[in-house]
Design a protein around this ligand. Structure first.
Ligand code: C2G
Length: 136
């Protein structure tokens, strides 16, 4: 069984998140998703709309997600890779190079982000009264 892991905040779940999880799962047979806790997001200077418990449950409900764990620190990745016998670490290419140190433990894949959608864009669009289709 080829096991894949990815990390993220996954606030205001959108098509970019869905594309990432779908492609991540397609790289193996089992997908673990580490969702950033509210406390960890404070360190990332991210103020989430949805609390951790909602973000985790929404991602966990995805049919191609097998397990959700909390992301509480930048340093947990190596331990997670060992603990869950991970074969592939995958994340969006906005992080290209940042996690190359994990190549010692597993394959590292950076996937292209989905263009013109982001949690920030959604927040701005909602405030402007426009629809998302107007930005994708
Ligand atoms: N993503 C994407 N396309 C978008 C937006 C996001 O492919 N339009 C991807 C990101 O590249 C990431 C995942 O979806 O792989 C989750 O994105 P965020 O919730 O913004 O996560 P981030 O803040 O990048 O957290 O330790 C790593 C961090 O926790 C990553």
């Amino acid at each position: 069984m080829k096991k894949v892991i990815t990390y993220g905040t996954y606030d205001l779940f959108h098509i970019g998140h869905l594309n990432m999880l779908k492609r991540a799962r397609a790289l193996g047979d089992y997908l673990v998703v580490a969702i950033s806790t509210d406390e960890f997001n404070t360190g990332k200077h991210k103020q989430c709309v949805y609390p951790y418990s909602h973000r985790a449950q929404i991602v966990e409900a995805m049919k191609f997600v097998d397990k959700v764990i909390p992301e509480t620190s930048w340093e947990q990745k190596i331990e997670d890779i060992k603990k869950y016998s991970i074969d592939v670490f995958v994340i969006g290419d906005d992080w290209t190079g940042k996690f190359d140190f994990l190549k010692e433990y597993c394959e590292v894949v950076y996937l292209p982000r989905t263009k013109s959608i982001s949690t920030t864009a959604i927040k701005d669009t909602v405030q402007s009264g426009k629809s998302i289709s107007s930005i994708t």
